[in-house]
Design a protein around this ligand. Structure first.
Ligand SMILES: [Fe+2]
Length: 231
């Protein structure tokens, strides 16, 4: 466990499920890992690109309003503080448990940038190569992995995220509440899906399960997961 987790922040926010897998290398969030004034990173695809599964209208609010607000809030909160000298991941770890406003906004900037890259037009399908082998080794089958991920996402009460991560060298599924990011628990995220209502309400209203099914079948970007695994 990283030293960043203070005693006052229990691990209750995470729900752990099955495991196994392999160690990993670098996460790819170019443009975010620098200190100073953070900018809203560009989307990896046009706003209409995920239709009909996620509408351009949802993306326009989710990216253009919510994600942008987290960036603006973060810049305002860190101005003139020691956080202003830190990279985004460093702010997330340093603020965890002692500055909720900075943590929530920094983590939400990171989480959303990671979420956009966790999806692509023409996604879904099956991972290949070493990632597929590690998923099969860890979960028994690709379907079992997806089932766990969607179950964690559906079961997350209120706002939060579901993640495929590397933890202690093994692939596991976790979910987190609100802005919480697995980085503060020493995990390496491979994929995430946003289950805040703002991610799906305009398209699916209360039908979170339908949004998750569409995400898994048509949008999930396994190449991004493989890249984060270091392959
Ligand atoms: Fe979101």
């Amino acid at each position: 466990m990283p030293s960043a987790k203070p005693a006052g922040m229990p691990r209750r926010q995470f729900l752990f499920t099955a495991a196994a897998g392999a160690a990993a290398l670098g996460l790819g969030l170019p443009g975010l890992a620098r200190a100073g004034q953070f900018k809203l990173p560009p989307l990896p695809w046009p706003q209409k690109a995920l239709e009909p599964y996620i509408s351009a209208r949802t993306i326009s609010f989710h990216y253009g309003k919510h994600h942008a607000s987290y960036v603006n809030n973060l810049n305002r909160l860190i101005q003139g503080t020691p956080f202003a000298k830190l990279k985004l991941e460093e702010i997330i770890k340093a603020s965890y448990g002692n500055n909720d406003a900075a943590f929530n906004n920094a983590a939400q900037v990171w989480n959303h940038t990671f979420y956009w890259q966790s999806m692509k037009p023409g996604g879904g399908g099956q991972p290949s190569g070493e990632l597929a082998a590690k998923i099969k080794a860890g979960f028994g089958s690709m379907q079992a992995c997806l089932d766990q991920l969607l179950k964690a996402a559906a079961a997350r009460f209120g706002s939060g995220w579901a993640w495929l991560v590397v933890k202690d060298g093994r692939l596991v599924v976790v979910s987190s509440s609100n802005a919480l990011n697995p980085l503060v628990e020493g995990m390496r995220p491979l994929l995430t899906v946003d289950v805040w209502e703002h991610a799906y309400y305009l398209d699916y209203q209360n039908r979170r399960a339908d949004y998750l099914k569409a995400w898994a079948q048509h949008l999930v970007n396994w190449e991004f997961a493989a890249k984060n695994l270091g392959m």
